[in-house]
Design a protein. Structure first.
Length: 469
């Protein structure tokens, strides 16, 4: 359907790895060897060594050629899957360019294409997020990321003679209010697209408004299963839990030797229920025993009954699908009850806010979660984003700011590529968008309109998220 670029890349890779075209081991000279780390993927390594994310096939080809006679090198059968500990062959930039048969460094650009000629004036974009109430702990960093991106888009002349204007609506994290905000943005403000809402619950309620009206909507914090299945105008820059949690469980099982766990989840929220479903399947797939499954509701403050039961069962870890406020309270009460710190809490997207430590304090240290991004990323785009965000707001960005910043740039790229503000044209441009630079790494949407980039696993250490190893 889409991604002509991806198809071309795949065909090219298959040709380079075909037996008749494969390099002989003696033809490959590794300028250096790289051992894959937990947050690595081939395009990221290619960008680091060659300045071109599309040079990943060179690394695969060279490594496979070496592995034919030296089993210390990995055998790469699927370029989307590499494992920590694998040894890869990195040839010189000159050899890489020869293997590619063309110039490197042109594989991805944030502003590819001709400056638009049909755009002018102010282009209205809707922002629908929780800017007040308890969910604002996610919504405010999200707004910051979007506002920063819009400022840069306008100041850089990215859209030629046009500029973006954000029309903001406060959803308060409430389903009915989200519907009201979407209706206003679509029908009264006549926005070309909507960035939001904050919660998956709100998305299931409000996204159908945009879908029915033919208005593209990009969620940057909606990770529940089924979000993009609501319609072909619904996109997201937030990795679904189904793309993050299995990797988290696998890595923590290997690192911590998990054999048996207790599970807790919020049973009245689409996000936390969806996260629980994915956790349950991932634990089963990894052969980890679930000793008990305990539930709670949003707004609960006393978790002593569930935690006392869990304490008696002596699990290796507690798997927790919760938003930050409930998660922090559960962690505090667990440590107060005497559940030792070596029984880790393992969670999903709900953990990934600095508010977890602000609310949970020392009890949040050691909490592990799957994420789309970590602030320690060494990519140039991520480092620039962090520096720009800190300069603008005087604080460090979180994952949600990185995802919303990427969402705003993705919509701007679609407007630029379409050279139009027609909503259907923007939807098609989003669907066909090639990889762009972003804090999340090389970014695009897959055929289901979900984000196309790998996850990371991180751990809270002294109030900061670091990559889990």
């Amino acid at each position: 359907m889409k991604k002509v670029l991806s198809v071309v890349m795949l065909v090219a890779l298959l040709l380079t790895l075909a037996p008749g075209a494969a390099l002989a081991q003696e033809e490959v000279v590794c300028e250096s060897d790289v051992v894959v780390q937990a947050d690595d993927w081939l395009s990221k390594i290619a960008d680091k060594f060659y300045g071109d994310v599309l040079a990943f096939d060179v690394i695969a080809e060279a490594t496979n050629a070496k592995s034919a006679t030296d089993d210390s090198y990995a055998t790469i059968e699927n370029v989307d899957i590499i494992e920590p500990g694998w040894k890869l062959c990195i040839v010189s930039p000159e050899d890489a360019q020869a293997m590619l048969g063309g110039e490197m460094g042109t594989g991805m650009a944030p502003a590819a294409g001709v400056v638009p000629t049909n755009l002018s004036g102010v282009i209205k974009v809707g922002g629908a997020h929780a800017l007040s109430g308890p969910i604002a702990l996610y919504g405010q960093p999200i707004r910051n990321g979007i506002d920063l991106a819009v400022k840069q888009i306008n100041e850089s002349g990215f859209l030629g003679n046009a500029t973006l204007e954000m029309i903001w609506g406060d959803t308060v994290g409430d389903k009915e209010q989200s519907i009201n905000v979407f209706n206003k943005l679509v029908n009264q403000d006549q926005v070309v697209g909507i960035l939001g809402p904050t919660l998956s619950n709100s998305a299931f309620a409000a996204d159908p408004v945009a879908q029915e009206a033919g208005v593209p909507v990009i969620g940057s914090s909606n990770t529940a299963s089924g979000i993009t299945e609501m319609g072909n105008y619904v996109f997201r820059t937030s990795l679904p839990e189904s793309a993050v949690i299995p990797n988290t469980i696998k890595q923590t099982k290997d690192a911590l030797g998990l054999e048996k766990v207790a599970v807790m989840y919020g049973n009245d929220d689409a996000f936390t229920k969806s996260g629980y479903d994915v956790f349950a399947q991932a634990l089963a797939d990894e052969g980890i025993e679930v000793l008990t499954t305990e539930t709670f509701a949003k707004g609960d403050t006393d978790f002593s009954a569930q935690l006392t039961k869990i304490q008696a069962l002596e699990p290796d870890a507690i798997v927790l699908s919760a938003l930050a406020e409930e998660a922090a309270n559960i962690m505090i009460q667990a440590r107060q009850l005497g559940i030792p710190e070596d029984i880790r809490f393992i969670g999903g997207n709900g953990f990934n806010s600095p508010k977890l430590f602000e609310l949970g304090g020392e009890a949040a240290n050691g909490a592990i979660s799957g994420s789309a991004w970590n602030i320690s990323s060494t990519s140039a785009a991520s480092q620039k984003f962090v520096a720009d965000y800190e300069a603008e707001y005087g604080t460090k960005p979180d994952q949600f700011a990185a995802q919303s910043y990427t969402a705003a740039w993705a919509l701007a790229t679609a407007i630029r590529d379409a050279d139009s503000t027609d909503r259907a044209a923007l939807r098609d441009a989003l669907d066909a968008m090639d990889f762009i630079e972003s804090p999340l790494g090389p970014f695009s949407f897959d055929d289901n309109r979900d984000p196309d980039h790998p996850p990371v696993v991180q751990v809270m250490e002294d109030g900061a998220f670091v990559v889990f190893k």
